[in-house]
Design a protein around this ligand. Structure first.
Ligand SMILES: Nc1ncnc2c1ncn2[C@@H]1O[C@H](COP(=O)(O)OP(=O)(O)O)[C@@H](O)[C@H]1O
Ligand SMILES: [Mg+2]
Length: 241
């Protein structure tokens, strides 16, 4: 279980998170939605140990996670798929996947795990010798997700997995996330595609201006007036009339 309590994070004098609290229970799939600049990426980066909080606590499986180096956080089973994917462009698909198996507990089962990633993403198998930089956007997102899975995470943090992708590709990525959830993985997903995210998850949080301003079941939030007005556009609002 992931617990975040009263988290405060700043960039110099600029406060980005003002006392954020949230939880992801074992095996739960949770969405975090909110406008640009709300602090969503900041929150995921802080959980992953890439930013240090000014105040607050992050606990994973009952023990503090804040203050640990990012490598150690991956070792403890928490993996981030960052926005913009951060692949090694000049390395092949297979080499990128192999690098994802750096956590100690992932090294022994590396071959089996590559097969597993290829079975989830047959496209990656077809392109295993191709350079990551030459993949399409959707394939790069699949590779970034596959690389995180190579580390055998128990909690996957995803920063805008659908960004810039065609609807069909988004659908297939979300189907994989649902499958990982069915297999018992915990997921925290940051999304701008609010409709798709709220349909995927059981529970979601809304982050605005560095504060959690709402929380609830995905399907309920889809009916919420503020959510509809702020995130779902006039078309969605029209359907409720
Ligand atoms: N590296 C940085 N240096 C200074 N300010 C930053 C940096 N990254 C993000 N910010 C600021 O922090 C706030 C939250 O950003 P971010 O977490 O990226 O939001 P989101 O992911 O919700 O769009 C914004 O005001 C943004 O401008
Ligand atoms: Mg962001």
């Amino acid at each position: 279980m992931l617990e975040v309590e009263n988290l405060e994070v700043s960039y110099g004098a600029l406060a980005a998170l003002h006392g954020v609290s949230l939880a992801v229970r074992p095996g739960e799939i949770v969405a975090l939605v909110g406008p640009n600049g709300a602090g969503k990426s900041t929150l995921l980066k802080t959980i992953a140990g890439l930013l240090a909080p000014r105040a607050g606590v992050i606990r994973w499986e009952g023990k503090p996670l804040s203050g640990e180096p990012s490598q150690r956080i991956v070792e403890r089973g928490v993996a981030l798929v960052p926005e913009g994917r951060r692949l090694f462009a000049a390395m092949t698909v297979r080499e990128n996947l192999e690098l994802g198996a750096f956590p100690q507990r992932a090294q022994k089962g590396r071959r089996r795990q590559i097969e597993r990633v290829y079975s989830l993403f047959p496209r990656l198998f077809e392109r295993e010798g191709q350079l990551a930089g030459s993949l399409s956007g959707g394939e790069q997102q699949m590779l970034a997700l596959g690389r995180a899975l190579m580390g055998l995470p128990q909690l996957l943090l995803l920063d805008e997995p659908s960004l810039g992708l065609a609807p069909k590709v988004v659908e297939s990525i979300f189907a994989i996330l649902a499958e990982l959830h069915r297999e018992g993985m915990s997921l925290l997903i940051v999304e701008q595609n609010v409709q798709a995210a709220l349909n995927l998850v059981r529970r979601a949080y809304i982050l605005e201006g560095g504060k959690i301003v709402g929380e609830g079941e995905g399907h309920r939030l889809l009916q919420d007036d503020h959510v509809r007005a702020a995130y779902l556009g006039p078309l969605a609002r029209g359907t409720s009339a």
